[in-house]
Design a protein around this ligand. Structure first.
Ligand code: URA
Length: 434
C-alpha cells in the first residue's frame, strides 16, 4: 500500500478501504507521511467527500491513534458537550457547572482556540492561577468529588487529529463535512464520552455558513455516533452574530459568571439551559426536554450552578475575586467605545469579522503556538434587531496595544450594518437532530 495510490483514489472519487484508512492515519500519527501528501489527500476529500462508512472508519482510526481515556472510575453515565466553534461562545462555562450541580458528572477535555473562534481552555486560563493541565488521577478525583473538571487535551489524545487539523488549517481544508465530523467525534470518543451533545453552529462565524450544510454535518456526526454505539444529539444554533456580548477570553469568563449568577445575556442563557437539558436527557435524568429545561432554570436561579463553578475553579487553582465586578480577571489598558455614525436598526453584526477583529487585537491565534492576550477583546453592546441612535455606543474595544485600536474600530464599523427598517431575526435555536 502506498500513499500516492490512496491520494489518487480519493482524487478520482473512489472509496477508501478500512486498511487504507488505517494506513493513512498511522502515517499521519507516526510522521511517516509528509505534510504535502496529507494536504493533497485532505484537498481531495474536500472536493470528493467521503462515504458514511469511510467517515465512521476514519473517526475510529483517529480516535484510537493515541491514548483513550478510561473514565470507568467515575460513577454514572459520562456525557460531554462540544461546539463546532463560534464567536463569543462561552456556553461550556455555564453548561458544565449547571449539569454538575444537577448530579451529572462532567469530565471534560477541551481545546485551545484557532483563528476567529475561541477555545474553552484559553478562556479558563485567563483566570489567575487556573491549571488546565492535570494528571489523570487528579482529573478523576476532582470529578468524583465535585462532579466537574475541564482540562486541556493531553498530548497523546488523538495525535492524528492534532497533526491533520494543523495541516487543514493552513491549506483551506477545514470546512469539509467528513473532516470536521471525524475530527470532532474522534476527540469525544477518545475522551471517553458515552453520550454527546453537539452544538452545531450556523452562520458567518461558524464553519458551516448555511442551515443545509450544518444539518448535513449534524446528521453525519449523529450517524457516526449511532454506528459505534454512542448516543449523540446535535442542536443547530445561530452564529450569524456573536453569542452574548463578550468576545475575548477574560471578558467571556466574566459574562459566563454573570450568567451563572442570573444576570447574563438572554441568548447565552437560553442556549446554556437547552444544552444542559439535553445533557440531562442523555444522562437519563428526565424524560422530556421541557421538564429538563424547567429543572435547569430552577437550578440556575438557585445559584447552585454558580457555586459549582466556584468549586471547580478553586479545585483547579483558580483565584477569582467574587466581590469585584470584574471578578479579579485581567483587564486591558485601553477601553474605547465605538459610536454609531447614524441611527437605525442593527441589521447585521458579522460574527466572523468580530471574531477576526478580536483575534487581531490579540484574543486569538492566527496559527497554533501563537500566544494570546487574555484581557483584550470586544464587547458588542448592540445586537441584531436593536434600534440605535446616532452617537450610541455600538461596541467597546478592549486593547493593550494602542496601535491596533484604529484598525479594530474601522473593521467593527463595517461589521455593524444599520438599516431604517427591521427585518425578521433568525432564531437562536434552529433545530435538533437525533
Ligand atoms: N472543531 C474541531 O474539533 N475540528 C474541526 O475540524 C473543526 C472544528
Amino acid at each position: 500500500m502506498n500513499i500516492q495510490e490512496i491520494i489518487l483514489k480519493k482524487r478520482n472519487g473512489g472509496e477508501m478501504t478500512t486498511d487504507e484508512i488505517y494506513f493513512l492515519v498511522n502515517g499521519i500519527s507516526n510522521g511517516s507521511i509528509p505534510d504535502y501528501q496529507i494536504a493533497a489527500w485532505a484537498m481531495a476529500v474536500y472536493f470528493r467527500g467521503m462515504t458514511e462508512q469511510e467517515t465512521a472508519q476514519l473517526t475510529l482510526a483517529m480516535a484510537y491513534s493515541g491514548e483513550v481515556m478510561d473514565l470507568s472510575a467515575i460513577a454514572g453515565k459520562k456525557v460531554d458537550k462540544h461546539s463546532t466553534g463560534g464567536v463569543g461562545d462561552k456556553a461550556t462555562l455555564v453548561v458544565i457547572p449547571l449539569a454538575a450541580a444537577m448530579g451529572v458528572p462532567v469530565a471534560k477535555m477541551s481545546g485551545r482556540g484557532l483563528g476567529h473562534t475561541g477555545g474553552t481552555i484559553d478562556k479558563l486560563e485567563s483566570i489567575p492561577g487556573f491549571q488546565a493541565e492535570r494528571t489523570y488521577q487528579q482529573f478523576i478525583e476532582q470529578v468524583n468529588s465535585i462532579k466537574a473538571a475541564v482540562i486541556s487535551q493531553t498530548g497523546n489524545l488523538v495525535p492524528a487529529d492534532k497533526r491533520l487539523y494543523a495541516i487543514r488549517d493552513v491549506t483551506a481544508t477545514v470546512d469539509s463535512i467528513p473532516l470536521i465530523a471525524s475530527s470532532v467525534m474522534s476527540k469525544k470518543i477518545a475522551a471517553g464520552a458515552e453520550g454527546i451533545v453537539l452544538d452545531v453552529k450556523v452562520g458567518s462565524g461558524a464553519f458551516m455558513k448555511n442551515v443545509g450544510e450544518a444539518r448535513q454535518l449534524a446528521n453525519t456526526m449523529v450517524q457516526i455516533g449511532r454506528s459505534i454505539g454512542r448516543q449523540v444529539v446535535a442542536v443547530l444554533t445561530d452564529m450569524s452574530q456573536p453569542l452574548g456580548h463578550a468576545v475575548g477570553n477574560a471578558l467571556e469568563v466574566r459574562e459566563a459568571i454573570d450568567s451563572l449568577r442570573g444576570h447574563g445575556p438572554a441568548d447565552l442563557e437560553e442556549l446554556s439551559v437547552l444544552l444542559t437539558a439535553q445533557l440531562l436527557l442523555l444522562a437519563g435524568k428526565y424524560n422530556s426536554i421541557e421538564e429538563a429545561r424547567q429543572e435547569v432554570r430552577k437550578v440556575l436561579i438557585s445559584g447552585a450552578g454558580y457555586e459549582k463553578f466556584c468549586q471547580m475553579i478553586t479545585a483547579q487553582g483558580g483565584r477569582l475575586a467574587y466581590d469585584q465586578s470584574n471578578y479579579g480577571l485581567p483587564q486591558s489598558n485601553y477601553q474605547v467605545e465605538l459610536k454609531a455614525s447614524r441611527e437605525g436598526f442593527v441589521a447585521a453584526l458579522d460574527a466572523f469579522e468580530v471574531g477576526k477583529t478580536a483575534m487581531l487585537l490579540g484574543a486569538g491565534r492566527e496559527k497554533i503556538g501563537d500566544t494570546i492576550d487574555p484581557a483584550v477583546g470586544i464587547q458588542v453592546i448592540k445586537k441584531k434587531g436593536e434600534w440605535v441612535q446616532q452617537g450610541d455606543t455600538l461596541a467597546i474595544i478592549h486593547a493593550n496595544n494602542i496601535g491596533l485600536i484604529a484598525s479594530a474600530a474601522e473593521r467593527l464599523q463595517i461589521c455593524y450594518q444599520l438599516s431604517d427598517t427591521t427585518s425578521p431575526q433568525a432564531p437562536l435555536i434552529i433545530d435538533t437532530v437525533y
